[in-house]
Design a protein. Structure first.
Length: 68
C-alpha cells in the first residue's frame, strides 16, 4: 500500500435519535456520528409501524404538477 494516501480509520460513537448508542469504525472526522434511525427503532427490525417520511415521492410529484 502507498504511504499517506489513506484516510484515518478510528473508532467513533454512533448516536441515534431514539437514544441508542454503539461504537463502530469510521473515516469520518470527529468522535460521534448522529443518525435518525438505527436497528433498535427501524420499523423493519421492530415490527412496529412508524412514520419515517412525512410525504412520499408520488405525492410530491402530484403536488408539484397539480395532478389529482
Amino acid at each position: 500500500m502507498k504511504e499517506n494516501i489513506h484516510p484515518n480509520y478510528h473508532e467513533v460513537t454512533v448516536v441515534c435519535a431514539c437514544g441508542n448508542t454503539f461504537k463502530t469504525g469510521s473515516t469520518v472526522k470527529g468522535d460521534t456520528i448522529k443518525i435518525d434511525i438505527c436497528n433498535k427503532c427501524h420499523p423493519f427490525f421492530t415490527g412496529r409501524k412508524k412514520v419515517v417520511d412525512a410525504g412520499g415521492n408520488v405525492e410530491n410529484f402530484k403536488k408539484k404538477f397539480n395532478l389529482k
